[in-house]
Design a protein around this ligand. Sequence first.
Ligand SMILES: C[S@@+](CC[C@H](N)C(=O)[O-])C[C@H]1O[C@@H](n2cnc3c(N)ncnc32)[C@H](O)[C@@H]1O
Length: 279
Amino acid sequence: MLSLQMNLCSYSSLLSKRMVKCQWNFKCYSISPSSLFSSNTNTTTIRAFASSCQQLNGASSISVAGPHNPLSPISGSMEQVMVEYLFGRKKATEVAHYVWKHVVKKGDAVVDATCGNGYDTLALLKLVADETQRGRVYGMDVQKIALESTSSLLDQFASPDEKELVELFVMSHSQMEDIVPNDVAVRLVAFNLGYLPGGDKKVITRSETTVLALEAAKRILAPGGLISIVTYVGHPGGREEFEKIEDFASRLPIESWNCCKLHTVNRPLAPMLIFLFKR
Ligand SMILES: C[S@@+](CC[C@H](N)C(=O)[O-])C[C@H]1O[C@@H](n2cnc3c(N)ncnc32)[C@H](O)[C@@H]1O
């Protein structure tokens, strides 16, 4: 059985580089700042967005996660996926996963800003992992139970070598710059906002923290990288969070960013997909 280490530390001790080590079953760092829970878009069509992504990467078929079958293979073209989404046969999170594979390459560094049950973390891992062991997935969540769930999913569906590429942190995504090394060019930062499915619905992403996290993501993202956001308006604070994100996106200069929004208009509570592509 693979034995990894958990480094438990407070936020301040992380900053002073002092880490207390103890055994756990995955590589995890705990950061507990007091602010944990204080957490006119330039819309173009997804076709234009997909086209810019395809210039970057001609990825074909991968195995990525879905809530019901984490190993269900996702293959096909962006066009097929969009058609399926149009006909209500693909969910927003699945569209996001398809978009990622047009941006992320083997060996890349990526961030999962809201690990939750780990489906997105696993999908990202499958995109970056190869025999070079260069890829990295930096994952975070404010709930330890979420990272345990993520780790358990990785145990089931990732090899020990793949799992070595994942670092999990109990912390707010607003502090992601503290754990991604300065010299690492991040290709993608993924947000899947709201609460942990099956968990405590009171522990939820908050608009103020989300905007701080978006600012941080903007700073660490490499040119040609993507900030991917799935946001929900059906829960208290969700609409405000979406509006703050939309406002953030609308202020990004068109010369260096391409920002898209995707939504099923006759399902007002359907998840919103927002992609911020850094040129
Ligand atoms: C919808 S779930 C994420 C789903 C997940 N990506 C998956 O694939 O299963 C949202 C998660 O965001 C976490 N969260 C809430 N506030 C956060 C914050 N400030 N920083 C990081 N994670 C946060 C919640 O604990 C919850 O687990």
